[in-house]
Design a binder for this molecule. Structure first.
Ligand SMILES: NC(=O)c1ccc[n+]([C@@H]2O[C@H](COP(=O)([O-])OP(=O)(O)OC[C@H]3O[C@@H](n4cnc5c(N)ncnc54)[C@H](O)[C@@H]3O)[C@@H](O)[C@H]2O)c1
Length: 369
């Protein structure tokens, strides 16, 4: 299989994690780094031996680039992805897929018409942790899955983030910033949701920056910082979900799947691996089960979804972290927000195919044939 040429667009905070992994995967070749700040793109390219860097337009004009890895800020996701598709490139977007449902739909329609692909983070669902959970569930270890409980709570990021305003602005908050990790796990295990309901709260109308040169600056909180949601899945399962930045107590990465025979605690959905824990009916203690598979350990991380997409493009097969699943997650979050602003259940209508599990010996570091 010949490697797929890739350009990184958006060379900020998260691009280092992507580049660190992507340059070690033989089925992709990073050819270009781009950013509105071209100096930043050049610095990233130099740090990871990427041969060229510059503007977004230069990335799209670069010979050999077949896929754009779009790591810009959420407000720019749809616009950058649409430009890439218009230039004939496949796209991998960081989450969320788009700033709103309409632009998410438009993006997928544009790609479909052009015969191009859209993939989307999080690719943590392809990590050893969740893939091991899928294997345990398929083997019948928890019986029939019936419900899920997820918790993400803490005081919020303004204490450590030097420019936290965007995290408390429309389109963000704990639901949109961290919800994709939790909702993508449940999407992978349960399939599409059919309806959601939620209660939203905002403990404080303003917050204060806690670090960096602007420490002490007060800013407005535009979105709910506590969101408690219920989800009904088309397959019959139910979930209780909490996303809160209004809690002095920090508790993140909590995802439990309860079945008729046992409860399974999966690793933090913002990580690629970690131990699983099972508590069977009649037992009071957890049994710890390490996650397994070639994706376990330090070598796997952000970017494995791009490798899966590159291989799928070459083989003409569906890629796993699909734009359709990401659109569904975006629709769920939007419906949760709408329910919290009004009352009652909101329908969720989009659908997607649950991606096939990865083989236990799947390895992004070995060239595919
Ligand atoms: N930082 C993290 O820990 C983290 C983790 C997981 C996912 N993400 C996601 O990754 C994405 C990027 O986050 P980040 O923390 O790296 O943000 P960032 O602000 O550090 O970097 C974004 C970069 O995109 C560039 N950019 C913005 N608009 C652009 C445009 N129209 N064209 C070209 N470049 C543009 C900016 O100049 C900046 O360099 C977000 O969607 C975020 O949700 C971030």
């Amino acid at each position: 299989m010949s490697p797929l040429g890739v350009a990184i667009v958006g060379c900020g905070n998260i691009s280092g994690q992507y580049l660190r992994h992507l340059v070690t995967f033989p089925d992709v070749r990073v050819l270009f780094c781009a950013d509105v700040d071209t100096e930043r793109a050049k610095a990233r390219a130099a740090a990871y031996d990427v041969p060229a860097a510059g503007s977004v337009q230069q990335a799209l004009d670069q010979p050999g680039v077949e896929l754009v890895v779009n790591l810009t800020i959420p407000a720019a996701h749809a616009e950058v992805a649409s430009a890439a598709i218009a230039a004939g490139k496949h796209v991998w977007n960081e989450k969320p897929l788009a700033p709103d449902i309409a632009s998410g739909h438009a993006l997928l329609d544009q790609a479909r018409r052009a015969g191009l692909r859209v993939g989307c983070a999080p690719d943590t669902v392809l990590g050893a942790g969740l893939q091991s959970a899928r294997r345990l569930i398929s083997a019948g270890v928890i019986g029939t899955p019936v419900s899920a409980l997820t918790l993400l709570q803490g005081p919020g990021p303004e204490s450590w983030h030097p420019d936290p305003e965007f995290l408390f602005a429309k389109g963000a908050g704990p639901l949109f910033d961290l919800g994709p990790y939790y909702l993508s796990v449940l999407a992978t295990l349960f399939g599409p949701a059919a309806a959601v309901a939620a209660v939203g709260r905002r403990a404080r109308g303003t917050r204060v920056i806690g670090s960096g040169p602007r420490a002490g600056t007060e800013f407005a909180v535009e979105v709910p910082t506590y969101m408690s949601a219920l989800a009904e899945y088309a397959g019959g399962q139910a979930a209780s979900l909490l996303f809160s930045w209004d809690s002095p107590l920090s508790r993140a990465g909590f995802v439990e799947i309860t079945g008729t025979a046992a409860t399974l605690a999966v690793p933090d959905p913002n990580r690629f691996d970690g131990d699983l824990r099972v508590c069977r009916a009649g037992e009071t203690e957890w049994t710890v089960i390490p996650s397994t598979g070639a994706g376990a350990g330090p070598g796997a991380g952000r970017g494995i979804g791009v490798v899966d997409m590159a291989r799928a493009i070459r083989r003409g097969e569906p890629h796993r972290a699909s734009g359709e699943m990401a659109l569904h997650v975006l629709e769920m979050m939007t419906a949760i927000e709408r329910s919290a602003a009004g009352s009652g259940f909101e329908p969720v209508e989009s659908v997607f195919d649950i991606p096939a599990p990865l083989d236990q010996d799947w390895d992004p570091h070995v060239r595919a044939t």
